[in-house]
Design a protein around this ligand. Structure first.
Ligand code: PLP
Length: 445
């Protein structure tokens, strides 16, 4: 390649140039093959190069790619909104399309604040969240994110949105085990509400399975039941950030369904377009929309490209593909098979402290001392090392961990396309084993 003037996240790293993708694989211009065990950034949920999606994209492009959402709607946007309403639990019937996960959580936050305003309550403007969380990169979304590393540079600009402990059972701050712990981390929400005042809080936001900040931390069984009850008791809306977990990643359309919970508002992104087009959404229940429809009539947000027919047609094709091929039904079974392979790796490598997750959103946490759960010193850069060793071997995995209470929380996410086959899971596990062996040799140097 000639000199590139593309600004890359890490200026000192030279990136391979990808030529094409097929299924779980990506191929670069030199012909090197990569196993995409991260679905990019937990996004390419149905794999690369799926013909049906390409055809839907072409068909829509032949008709119209863009109409301005303040003037028109489109068949693709209407059909997608209806399909999402049909496939999600409860009465999450309203859909506001945006272009990224950060826009979706920002919109969810604004919807919650607007809901209270329309009811005549102007003081409920704070959104509570959890440490070890990531809700997006824009300033509103970052204000809700318990991700110390990503917040650090912008702290003076962020809103004062308090956070509670997450259900990080591997490092329980109370040194207890669920369910006998009484879900003390969830009970912290009630203490925070009492401290701050429910009259100041619009909503509580949480990822059903903590992704980038924690490395696939799934909650214990009744955690979200306790959270939802506290929200209802104190008149606070519950926003589920399903940007990473939505569209089938854990085996159900929304991960919240795994615990029988219906949120008031949901943020979707990533898997919605499965990497074929940028699209995301904030969904609202009838309860949330009722005062908005009776008052201002519209959610006070929006972006130029919101609900563009091109992205909507892609997302609709993704949903139809998931449905037609019954992909969500197989996620749990595939997840268990992959998890068993990861558990075997934990038996082999003592620096793997924890194997966790839900469905095909799985994670490994690395520790210097397994018995004491001591993290590696920061300078070891263990996550970065395994990511680059694996990439060298042709395996793509996703880095996670935000750093909390002085604990590094070095982890990786394994989240292959939901279409992965049994044979491909075995191939993934073998590539990961070889990468961990190389890491082990490196640590012993
Ligand atoms: N919310 C969650 C749970 C995420 O994982 C992410 C991205 O990783 C976001 C929000 C932000 O999404 P985007 O990067 O599309 O803005």
């Amino acid at each position: 390649m000639e000199q590139s003037f593309l600004i890359k996240p890490m200026l000192d790293e030279s990136y391979p140039v990808i030529d094409y993708g097929k299924g779980v694989y990506l191929f670069d211009m030199e012909g090197k093959k990569y196993f995409d065990a991260a679905s990019g950034a937990v996004t390419a949920n149905i794999g690369h190069g799926v013909q049906e999606i390409i055809e839907a994209m072409n068909e829509q492009a032949k008709k119209v790619s863009f109409v301005y959402r303040s003037q028109f709607t489109s068949e693709a946007a209407e059909r997608l909104a209806n399909k999402i309403a049909e496939m999600t639990p409860g009465d999450l019937n309203w859909c506001f399309f945006v272009n990224s996960g950060s826009e979706a959580t920002e919109t969810a936050m604004k919807m919650a604040i607007q809901y209270w305003q329309e009811k005549g309550i102007q003081t409920k403007t704070k959104v509570l969240s959890r440490w070890v969380s990531y809700h997006g990169i824009t300033l509103g979304a970052l204000s809700m994110s318990g991700h110390p590393v990503r917040r650090a540079r912008f702290t003076p600009l962020l809103e004062d949105f308090p956070a509670i402990h997450p259900p990080y059972c591997y490092r329980c701050p109370y040194k207890l085990e669920a369910p006998s712990c009484g879900y003390l981390c969830a009970q912290e929400l009630e203490s925070a509400i009492n401290r701050i005042g429910a009259d100041k809080i619009a909503a509580f936001i949480a990822e059903p399975v903590i992704g980038a900040a924690g490395g696939a931390i799934a909650p214990p069984k009744d955690y979200f039941k306790v959270i939802k009850e506290i929200c209802e008791d104190h008149n606070i809306l519950f926003i589920a950030d399903e940007v990473m977990t939505g569209f089938g990643r854990t085996g159900t359309m929304l991960a919240c369904e795994q615990w029988g919970i219906v949120p008031d508002i949901v943020a979707l992104g990533k898997g919605m377009g499965a990497g074929y087009a940028p699209i995301a959404a904030a969904l609202a229940s009838e309860k949330v929309m009722e005062p908005i429809l009776a008052g201002t009539k519209s959610v006070m947000s929006g972006h130029t490209l919101s609900a563009n027919p091109q992205s909507c047609a892609v997302s609709l094709a993704v949903l139809e593909y998931l449905e037609k091929n019954e992909i969500m039904k197989e996620v749990e079974c595939k997840g268990v098979y992959l998890r068993n392979q990861l558990e075997k790796l934990k038996n082999q490598f003592t620096f793997i402290g924890d194997v966790r997750g839900k469905g095909l959103l799985l994670g490994l946490e690395f520790v210097g001392d397994r018995d004491r759960k001591t993290p590696f010193p920061r300078k070891t850069m263990i996550t970065q090392k395994i990511i680059s060793i694996a990439k060298e071997k042709g395996l793509l995995i996703y880095p996670a961990g935000a750093g909390i209470d002085g604990v590094n929380g070095d982890s990786i996410i394994i989240s292959p396309p939901l279409t992965i086959t049994k044979r491909e899971i075995e191939e993934l596990a073998l590539l990961l084993k070889e990468s961990l062996e190389a890491l082990s040799a490196h640590l012993n140097d």
